[in-house]
Write a protein that binds this ligand. Structure first.
Ligand SMILES: [Zn+2]
Length: 217
């Protein structure tokens, strides 16, 4: 569902550019609203969320899909934790659909999906592992890297129930906005993938904006 935001960029308290291949790791407080902006279009932002006060509670794709009865994420979707608590709510979305089934790219999956020589290419899982290695105070290890959301990524389900990695439906300037329903650690890998059409073979930066207030819609 397409739903524009009433929030103005100049009122944001945080504005960060995240280059393709980099990670973003910050806490969004309960009641704050976060926007991920696809600056140039057709990018994928592979994102994990954790309860900032107990990282064993984190985003759960299974619980979210079951509770909303739909596999796609968009405005109105409530992102659930593995304890079935609401973590964030998508309060605005000008893209219209986000994936939570396709998983993130990894050097291993790149060799299986594409070619053995892709093993050395940078992947989202590397960015997440670097993030937790550079932020030891979080006490996270690789077992904490679980299922994610691929914002702006298009993985349509076929009539036979299959997953198809398709050309993106996002475009320059499209965004998704989430209101935190608890203090939430946000860990984004701005995907460096060069092998599939989800980012048009051209990884580009995203911007993260945070407001102190809730979206007024
Ligand atoms: Zn990726």
């Amino acid at each position: 569902m397409i739903l524009a935001s009433q929030l103005q960029a100049e009122d944001a308290v945080i504005r960060d550019i995240v280059d393709a291949g980099d990670y973003y790791l910050k806490v969004v407080k309960k009641g704050q609203t976060m926007r991920i902006l696809d600056i140039e279009g057709n990018q994928a932002a592979d994102t994990l969320f954790y309860n900032a006060n107990d990282i064993s509670e984190r985003y759960s794709a299974i619980d979210t899909v079951r509770e909303q009865g739909n596999v796609y994420l968009t405005a109105g979707s409530v992102l659930m934790t593995n304890d079935c608590n609401p973590l964030l709510k998508i309060v605005a979305d000008t893209c219209g659909r986000h994936d939570t089934l396709g998983g993130a790219c990894a050097t291993e999956s790149n060799t299986v999906r594409y070619e053995l020589e892709k093993k050395c290419m940078h992947a989202c899982r590397d960015s997440w592992l670097l993030a937790i290695a550079e932020n030891e105070e979080l006490g996270m290890d690789k077992s904490d890297i679980t299922h994610n959301i691929n914002f702006f990524m298009n993985v349509p389900i076929t009539s036979e129930g299959g997953l198809s990695f398709a050309d993106g439906i996002s475009g320059a300037g499209k965004y998704v906005e989430l209101e935190a329903m608890m203090d939430t650690i946000v860990l984004i890998s701005n995907c460096p993938q060069l092998n599939n059409p989800c980012n048009a073979y051209n990884p580009t930066p995203v911007e993260v904006l945070v407001w102190d207030q809730a979206q007024s819609n």
